[in-house]
Design a protein around this ligand. Structure first.
Ligand SMILES: [Zn+2]
Ligand SMILES: [Zn+2]
Length: 136
């Protein structure tokens, strides 16, 4: 192979004439090798697009069972969150259940704070009672 020969090829996507190094090589099962029709840049762009399309598509199609209401719902019904490793995960319960849970938690908090308040009142009452007894 002559090193001085610069072999160029036109990309079928961006129509640019580029050196072969800008194209990805591929090998056939038969052993033949060649260069792809579109340059690396266009290929990675197409791959990215495919990947995003696939992801959105699969997210719409994907369904998950909510651990609370036991309904099988599409993924957008679940809230996304970033886990510690930085990747996106979905909550195991749906948005509706999450809302209800947070409301319940809120009511529980109020109930608890009311109990604590009552205990404090009781303490004050007991203390006053004791005080009165001591005082005679
Ligand atoms: Zn190209
Ligand atoms: Zn649910």
């Amino acid at each position: 192979m002559n090193k001085n020969t610069t072999v160029e090829k036109q990309c079928i996507d961006c129509k640019q004439i580029l050196p072969l190094s800008k194209f990805r090589r591929y090998k056939h099962k038969s052993g033949d090798s060649g260069y792809r029709g579109s340059c690396r840049k266009c290929e990675s762009k197409a791959e990215l697009l495919r990947y995003h399309q696939k992801e959105t598509q699969s997210n719409i199609e994907k369904k998950m069972e909510c651990i609370t209401c036991k309904q099988i719902l599409p993924l957008p019904k679940f809230r996304r969150y970033k886990n510690r490793s930085g990747s996106i995960s979905y909550r195991r319960y749906c948005r509706k259940c999450e809302r209800e849970q947070s409301r319940e938690r809120y009511q529980l908090q109020i109930a608890q704070s009311n109990i604590e308040k009552k205990l404090q009142d009781d303490d004050t009452f007991r203390f006053m009672d004791m005080y009165r007894k001591v005082k005679g």
